[in-house]
Design a protein around this ligand. Structure first.
Ligand code: NAP
Length: 249
């Protein structure tokens, strides 16, 4: 496990929110951070590259749809051509398309599952082959508190996050013999674009469920990801680490 300088870190959905905070938290001198995002016009991505470089890291962002296996393979080909390895993968890209189960359109079910769950499978498969040769690596999947609790209006999203937890445990068992750890982080209610547009009534109801009485910040999640990606976490695999202010215990 390359735990020191010159780590190569791949983050999906790294242009903003939690993904950006993870990149910034791990942006030591010498570290190379490859991230992707979906919006072709993303000024967020340019800003993220600058912030990581200001923090001393190297950064490259690419417009990739993680739902496309071809896009994902091209993304990791670039990483391996340039660096020859991947030390850490953070499967963070995710979207919501919320509505009640009885109204949910099949295309909205499919799109959320394709990005949140199949996207993680695409990246995991691409990176597992590289890490198996290295006989080392760290994989962290971004689940959600609702993957444990359920949540009305989010059947597609909740199914994707619950699926990601199962995928994490299976990958952890398959890859442990090669020195690769696979864990999930399950954030609660975090202050990002994803939650910004929720109606105030919904936000208040969510906050009322948080014993610590505040919304989480992307940095709260990034800290845990950085720990799981470090040498200090070498005996932790197949776990779901909750970062939710006590919302789910
Ligand atoms: P966010 O601010 O909306 O960021 C989502 C990131 O995913 C963006 O970089 C976005 O790129 C990227 N993305 C979207 N579709 C993609 C695709 N098809 N291919 C590649 N990248 C794609 O959301 P966030 O709150 O930081 O969420 C990050 C992760 O945490 C998600 O998996 C989410 O489910 C999980 N999570 C969030 C919360 C919360 O309360 N915020 C709670 C639990 C779990 P563009 O900006 O270019 O679209």
């Amino acid at each position: 496990m390359n735990n020191g300088a010159n780590r190569v870190i791949a983050i999906t959905g790294g242009s903003r929110g939690i993904g950006r905070a993870i990149g910034l938290r791990m942006a030591d001198a010498g570290t190379s951070i490859y991230f992707n995002y979906y919006d072709r016009d993303s000024r967020d991505a340019e800003e993220t590259v600058k912030l990581i470089e200001d923090a001393g890291g190297r950064a490259w962002g690419a417009c990739v749809d993680v739902a496309s296996q071809e896009d994902v393979q091209n993304f990791f080909k670039k990483v391996v051509d340039e660096c020859g390895r991947v030390d850490v993968l953070v499967n963070n890209a995710g979207i919501t398309i919320d509505t009640l189960l009885v109204r949910m359109k099949e295309k909205d079910w499919d799109r959320v599952l394709a990005i949140n769950l199949k996207g993680a499978f695409h990246c995991l498969q691409a990176v597992a082959k590289i890490m198996m040769k290295q006989r080392a690596g760290r994989i962290i999947n971004m689940a959600s508190v609702v993957g444990m609790m359920g949540n009305p209006g989010q059947a597609n999203y909740v199914a994707s996050k619950a699926g990601l937890i199962g995928l994490t445990k299976t990958a952890a068992k398959e890859l442990a013999p090669r020195g690769i750890t696979v864990n999930a982080v399950a954030p609660g209610f975090i202050d990002t674009h994803m939650t910004a547009d929720l109606p105030e009534k919904v936000k208040d109801a969510m906050l009322a469920q948080v014993p610590l009485g505040r919304i989480g910040q992307p940095e709260d999640v990034a800290e845990v990801v950085a720990f799981l990606a470090s040498k200090k976490a070498s005996y932790i695999t197949g776990q779901v680490i909750h970062v939710n202010g006590g919302m789910y215990m």
